[in-house]
Write a protein that binds this ligand. Structure first.
Ligand code: NAG
Ligand code: NAG
Ligand code: NAG
Length: 211
């Protein structure tokens, strides 16, 4: 079972996946309907929109990962989305682009491979999830600009932009890297796919943006 949480200002979204061979079933549970955050979720987003977004995000992630058959994909029968309230968090505006983007990010975690116990950097896993979000077009305004960041595996937006650069060097790079992550992890995967170490690639990337 995979379980991820994402803080959305006045409520928390988490996704859980149950393994199985059947087509994917989506269930949305709002445990916070009575609270400000929970009722906002019902009013502004709702379970129908959420389920459609999760379905779309699944399709999109399979496409980005070039997983055309069920043999290529993780075996997941059910994905549950939970909405929970968090006390004491100030009421702030969420928007559809932000929430849809978060759902794409979180769905990617459900489907991506993660090194089969060989511990890829957490920042790489988060970067891949944000790369799918980037490709979906649901990019929030608070993201850093391309070329920013201190380390290739800083995660999230920083790593997503770097992966986008790498994907430009080799079309399908992220899909190929994800395929390799099914059975393990090695920093050498970058050399195998792109002919350079990840540190060299990061230097090239930073130089391209002049920082
Ligand atoms: C919502 O509030 C009502 C009335 O106070 C209560 O009976 C119910 O259990 C609450 N539901 C949830 C999901 O907390
Ligand atoms: C899901 O994708 C379909 C087809 O691209 C689109 O028409 C629909 O608006 C999408 N739904 C959501 C909630 O994004
Ligand atoms: C998912 O993709 C398949 C194949 O590309 C397509 O037939 C189906 O309509 C898509 N579903 C959604 C919800 O976008």
């Amino acid at each position: 079972m995979v379980h991820h949480k994402y803080l959305l200002l006045s409520f928390v979204i988490s996704l859980a996946a149950i393994q199985g061979i059947h087509s994917v079933d989506y269930v949305v549970t709002n445990t916070a309907s009575n609270t400000t955050g929970g009722s906002r979720f019902n009013k502004e987003i709702g379970s129908k929109y959420s389920k459609q977004t999760l379905t779309n995000a699944t399709n999109f992630t399979w496409k980005i990962f070039q997983q055309k058959t069920t043999a290529d994909r993780k075996k997941v029968a059910k994905v549950s989305l939970f909405i929970e309230d968090i006390d004491g968090v100030a009421y702030a505006a969420n928007n559809e682009i932000y929430i849809t983007g978060v759902l794409f990010h979180e769905m990617t975690h459900i489907w991506q491979w993660n090194g089969n116990g060989q511990s890829p950097p957490g920042g790489l896993i988060e970067g891949i999830a944000d790369f799918v979000r980037l490709k979906s077009g649901y990019v929030p305004s608070h993201w850093v600009q391309p070329g920013k960041g201190d380390r290739w595996d800083q995660g999230y937006d920083v790593t997503a932009w770097f992966l986008d650069y790498l994907n430009g060097l080799r079309n399908g790079f992220v899909a190929d890297l994800n395929k390799k992550l099914r059975t393990g992890y090695s920093a050498n995967y970058f050399v195998e796919l792109l002919g350079k170490t990840v540190d060299q690639l990061w230097s090239d990337y930073k130089a391209k943006y002049g920082n």
